[in-house]
Design a protein around this ligand. Structure first.
Ligand code: ATP
Ligand code: MG
Length: 401
């Protein structure tokens, strides 16, 4: 088993690598294919290839049995610590099971719309990928349109990823072909440490596969459910990362519009990763809907169905800060959605005792009825409550997006 120390080391090395096919100087021509995999390989070097000879006595997982011969140290890998085996767990056969159940044919027009392959992406095309190139490990979760698995590339160097499947017939049934296509293309062009990376995508007759950064510590929602709420320090660290990621997204004219704990994942070092781009706008998460309605994170302008700007995310950041600290969103009313609606419209914000003056100030500045009066993300990054807990070696806030 990789130790915590070696996992940290691996993560550090991963973070210093770029797995995209991002051209270093000129952009590749439209629809061009990349001849070599070197950059993809670098991008995907999340962890080293399993190498039993480095970890004697280790329980080698089923999926690794089919793995290619011993990992040769790659020039960019540096130390042998990268060559620790990472257990991707056991595959449950879910993809085959799903294929039997979820296999309705789609129309030729929809098939064309959903023929998504990042090797044809206009910007940053990748190499061509297919399902055969991965060892499938443990299930990570179930999404609206299919399952998510921990996987490893079969070829050296072996990268660990999350592979998310989307059933085309269900996308068509939900009438979200265009949105799915757009969101995939958007997410693949985003590069920020707190935005879940998409390394590539490919498809077969029935499914689309998204190659996603593996978020080692899973859902933030689970942590919040486990602990009830977070300390001010932990919350401030998360909100700092959120504000930075949102400032980056807004600079790219991307509005998330569905910020909430369910859409946040945690990396191996506990760093926050924004996931689920805009999907939920079109298909709200079932979990919260059944739990307490879908209004909790919506700002007054969206609740009223008015036009909205990127400032909807600033509002949601205020709601998130409150939920981290108190364990429930500020305008929640489990009995009556109408009441939540009224409370949002009136900005009926009540702070329970025990919250610091600094965080109350930040929340109140984010939860302003008028979008333009909401504190800017650059100011959030300089806010005393954020600065107070930011680690010394973090120079966040100096970037201009
Ligand atoms: P939902 O409506 O339930 O949110 P969804 O279609 O948005 O569904 P995801 O949230 O992306 O699907 O994936 C379902 C679950 O799989 C997540 O809640 C999470 O537990 C797990 N998961 C998804 N992506 C990753 C990842 N990159 N790393 C680790 N786990 C992941
Ligand atoms: Mg989700």
């Amino acid at each position: 088993m990789a130790t915590v120390g070696s996992v940290r080391e691996i993560t550090r090395q991963i973070q210093s690598l770029d797995i995209s096919n991002k051209p270093t100087s000129a952009r590749p021509p439209f629809h061009s294919k990349q001849p070599s995999q070197t950059n993809v390989a670098k991008l995907l070097t999340k962890y080293a290839a399993p190498n039993p000879s480095y970890v004697p006595g280790q329980n080698i997982m089923k999926s690794a049995k089919s793995a290619a011969p011993k990992a040769k140290p790659q020039p960019h890998m540096g130390t042998t610590s990268v060559n620790q085996a990472v257990d991707i767990g056991h595959y449950d056969g879910g993809l085959e099971l799903d294929n039997e159940k979820r296999c309705e044919k789609i129309s030729a027009e929809a098939a064309q719309e959903l023929a998504l392959d990042s090797s044809n992406a206009p910007s940053y095309p990748t190499r061509e990928w297919s399902l055969h190139e991965f060892d499938i490990g443990r299930p990570l979760g179930k999404g609206k349109f299919g399952r998510v698995y921990m996987v490893r590339t079969k070829t050296e160097p072996k990268y660990i990823l999350a592979l998310k499947t989307l059933y085309k017939s269900e996308i068509v049934a939900g009438k979200v072909e265009k949105q799915v296509r757009r969101e995939i293309e958007i997410q693949q062009n985003l590069r920020h440490p707190n935005v879940l990376r998409m390394y590539g995508y490919f498809h077969d007759e029935k499914r689309i596969f998204l190659m996603l950064e593996f978020a080692g510590k899973g859902e933030l929602y689970r942590q919040l459910s486990k602990y009830g709420c977070f300390s001010e320090k932990r919350s401030s660290r998360y909100i700092d990362q959120m504000a930075d990621a949102l400032a980056y997204l807004h600079s790219k004219h991307v509005i998330h519009r569905d910020i909430k704990p369910e859409n946040l994942l945690l990396g191996l070092n506990g760093e926050l990763k924004i996931a689920d781009f805009g999907w939920s706008v079109h298909a709200p998460s079932q979990r919260r809907r059944t739990m307490c309605g879908t209004l909790d994170y919506l700002p007054p302008e969206m609740v009223e169905g008015k036009e909205h700007s990127e400032r909807v995310d600033n509002w949601a950041l205020g709601v998130l800060t409150y939920e981290f600290l108190i364990g429930k969103p500020p305008f929640e009313d489990r009995k009556s959605v109408n009441n939540t609606y009224r409370r949002i419209m009136r900005v009926d914000l009540r702070f329970p005792p025990g919250m610091s003056a600094e965080v109350k100030d930040l929340i109140a500045r984010l939860l302003q009825h008028e979008p333009q009066e909401r504190i800017a993300l650059t100011e959030v990054l300089r806010h005393p409550w954020i600065m107070k807990y930011r680690p010394m070696d973090c120079n966040r806030g100096s970037e201009t997006y």
